[in-house]
Design a protein around this ligand. Structure first.
Ligand SMILES: [Zn+2]
Length: 436
């Protein structure tokens, strides 16, 4: 586990903890940025308060941007059109904006200290294939459409933050990068966030990921996972005249039964799933190939490694069993391979990190309570490298993620926007003086 690196430049983390602990539980405590003088708080700053006050009168603008973004399809590996819109909207909010080689949109709000960077990111991609009807149906504060919450709400929040900070002339201490990243879902394998961490590794002090709706959780623990494909091939033939030839589907079934009998521990929690199975051409043909796709997850990297090698051993044994039981091995041999389709590394944010302190102070300020969660998000990448990171919802409520019935309700979203923006400013700090 990583995430213990402390990078707060001016105030010791212990001091922040002491201040937070000293606050009365019921008071509307105000978060304080690490760069501000002891005793002064983030929300004592008039510009910060003006930025927070921007949300309520502008909620319908935020909702409109969310609908507009959601109606531009962004299937896996096809995020470019949506990225172009987000880039324009960030530029309209006064940020210098670009699209990097990976396809990520990056809008920059320059800090007093440009050598240190805080990233606030929302993924651009959806799980929905091209051709999915993504028209948004609105009814009051409710919006229905695939992708409206995951991650229309995160992207709308990103734009709202840029607008609010521009309106209030907030100049951060550390540079803030507003990122719409590609490849968060499925086989995208977090490639967008990997590119961001690669590009800014030395300067990157914290990453706040906005993913979906709500304010009920904070993901500080990155769930490690691997996706694998097992493929078995053979010569293939006729079901009657070539009977006795080794059959790739038979071998895959033999190997799969061995694999699903693997024992996994309850603690550390570990899971496996055969999610896809394919192969064969017709009922009266001996197939020439068969494949499965397998997802494995664990709180422990050791368990992941163990399960991955179990899959290889089981597939190999399935092939051996099939070859041994085939009547006529002269009719061909089976080949097999197991390939890694994707890997998400694990990691964990330290309980005494500056970022978690900033989130807790923001929760306190908006009167929110949130629980710590472990899950698989863009935050996996920075957390696995010891860079402070969390994933949180962007406010409002939602449901049906990854389904055609997905919905979002913007009622009360201001609290989520304030919570997330205060968290970002809590780690970026706010500089003296006005921006631009
Ligand atoms: Zn998402």
């Amino acid at each position: 586990m990583s995430g213990n690196r402390c990078c707060k430049p001016t105030v010791k983390p212990a001091l922040v903890c002491v201040i937070l602990l000293a606050m009365p539980v019921r008071s509307a405590a105000s978060p304080r940025a690490p760069h501000q003088a002891p005793g002064s708080r983030l929300t004592d700053n008039a510009r910060v308060r003006a930025a927070l006050d921007w949300f309520t009168p502008n909620i319908s603008w935020v909702n409109d941007q969310q609908a507009r973004i959601t109606e531009i399809p962004a299937p896996p590996f096809q995020e470019a059109q949506r990225a172009a819109l987000v880039k324009d909207l960030l530029a309209e909010a006064g940020l210098s904006s670009q699209i990097d080689k990976a396809g990520n949109v990056i809008g920059e709000l320059r800090g007093a200290n440009e050598k240190e960077i805080v990233v606030v990111a929302a993924h651009l991609d959806t799980v929905f294939p091209p051709g999915t009807d993504v028209k948004v149906h609105r009814n009051g504060s409710r919006m229905d459409a695939p992708g409206i919450s995951d991650n229309g709400s995160g992207l709308a929040a990103l734009l709202a933050f840029a607008r609010a900070l521009q309106f209030a002339h907030v100049k951060p201490q550390r540079t803030i990068l507003f990122v719409g990243d590609v490849g968060e879902e499925g086989e995208g394998n977090l490639r967008g966030m990997r590119a961001i961490v690669d590009a800014y590794r030395g300067k990157l002090k914290a990453v706040v990921v906005l993913d979906g709706s709500g304010t009920d959780h904070v993901t500080t623990k990155a769930l490690a996972s691997r996706r694998l494909e097992a493929l078995i091939t053979g010569p293939g033939g006729h079901s009657w005249s070539d009977f006795g030839m080794p059959n790739p589907i038979n071998a895959l079934v033999r190997g799969s039964v061995r694999f699903i009998n693997s024992k996994v521990p309850a603690t550390p929690r570990t899971s496996f799933n055969i999610g896809q199975i394919e192969g064969g051409t017709s009922v009266n043909s001996i197939p020439h190939e068969a494949r499965i796709k397998v997802d494995i997850r664990s709180e422990s990297e050791d368990e992941l490694a163990r399960l991955e090698s179990a899959l290889r051993e089981c597939i190999s044994a399935g092939v051996r069993d099939e070859m041994e039981s085939s009547r006529d091995r002269s009719k061909g041999k089976l080949e097999w391979k197991v390939e890694l389709l994707g890997s998400r590394p694990g990691g964990e944010l330290a309980a005494d990190s500056a970022l978690l302190s900033a989130l807790r102070a923001a929760d306190e300020y908006v009167g929110n309570q949130s629980r710590i969660e472990r899950s698989s998000t863009d935050a996996n990448i920075p957390l696995s490298e010891g860079i402070e990171a969390i994933a949180i919802g962007a406010g409002g409520s939602g449901g049906g993620a990854h389904s055609l019935q997905e919905w979002y309700d913007a009622a009360g979203r201001e609290a989520g926007l304030k919570r997330a923006l205060l968290t970002v400013l809590g780690v970026s700090g706010v500089a003296e003086g006005k921006s631009r």
